[in-house]
Design a protein around this ligand. Sequence first.
Ligand code: FE
Length: 152
Amino acid sequence: MYKYKKVRRISSNLIEDANRRYIVSLDNHVELMEALAAFCKDLTVYCGQVRGIGAISEATFRMYDPATKQYVDKTFSEQMEITNLTGNVSQKDKLPFLHVHATCSREDYSCVGGHLLSARVNGACELLVDEFGDTFAGREFDEETGLYLYKF
Ligand code: FE
């Protein structure tokens, strides 16, 4: 589903074993969020950040309306470049919980983007995952917003 390599040193200020950085290459045709979740679970990444670029054939974004607390999903089924993917990893129900946003460019160079639900890799997907191994970041349902917010 993916290949990865651990970056040997992030900076001289960080404790190498507690804070880990990985270069991750997702396999072609996998579903991005599923593969990233599998990576985080396999490598026990429960607190971290993710960034990346890649090429995909389909993406589904989710828009949340805070007024109605309803989700509206929209799928774009076309070849696109992930011009930027940014997200974080926390822990919910003892599993890695991903919160990822992405901007994707289309054939005409216009962009679509938002909160990423799923994407199908078609070409390559190259990610950098930073784990903050000694930090706990959970998730808790928040009545006011209707979202699972950070619980520290
Ligand atoms: Fe979001």
